[in-house]
Design a protein around this ligand. Structure first.
Ligand SMILES: [Zn+2]
Length: 143
């Protein structure tokens, strides 16, 4: 399945926006995983998405397997739906990293977090870096 046409449609109706145009080029290009493009199409079915990073030198990003959602306010819409074992498996999600205390102070900070497709607890330092964006990474298509 080719997701590029659907991504272009989502961009044209501004359901999907980018903090920097280079992230749009990256997401539509051939260096990102098809799994990542499929995940973004699904994210856009749940909320408006503003991408704050695609390819950068940090966990999962250099390989075209990760995306950061910069409008983190959508966490409370996106994550209860996606951060379940069934959806993580279906969407081939590797990692979700977001400090859930940003949604409610009483939340377990790792409420929605995954690593390697399993529920995971990240350390405070990792959580601190994931308060103003939601990190999603997908499994490699080759594994
Ligand atoms: Zn990230």
């Amino acid at each position: 399945m080719n997701y590029v046409d659907e991504l272009k449609r989502l961009i044209s109706v501004r359901r999907l926006t980018f903090q920097n145009p280079k992230f749009q080029d990256a997401l539509l290009g051939s260096t990102v995983s098809v799994n990542l493009q499929a995940l973004v199409v699904h994210l856009c079915s749940l909320a408006e998405i503003e991408v704050s990073s695609v390819v950068r030198p940090a966990r999962g990003h250099p390989e075209g397997l990760a995306i950061d959602v910069g409008n983190e306010k959508v966490a409370q819409v996106l994550l209860p739906s996606i951060a379940t074992d069934a959806e993580v498996k279906r969407l081939k999600v590797d990692q979700i990293i977001f400090d859930a205390r940003e949604v409610s102070r009483d939340n377990d900070p790792n409420l929605w977090n995954y690593n390697g497709g399993r529920k995971a607890a990240y350390k405070e330092a990792d959580l601190k870096n994931h308060r103003n964006h939601i990190h999603f990474a997908v499994m490699s298509s080759f594994s």
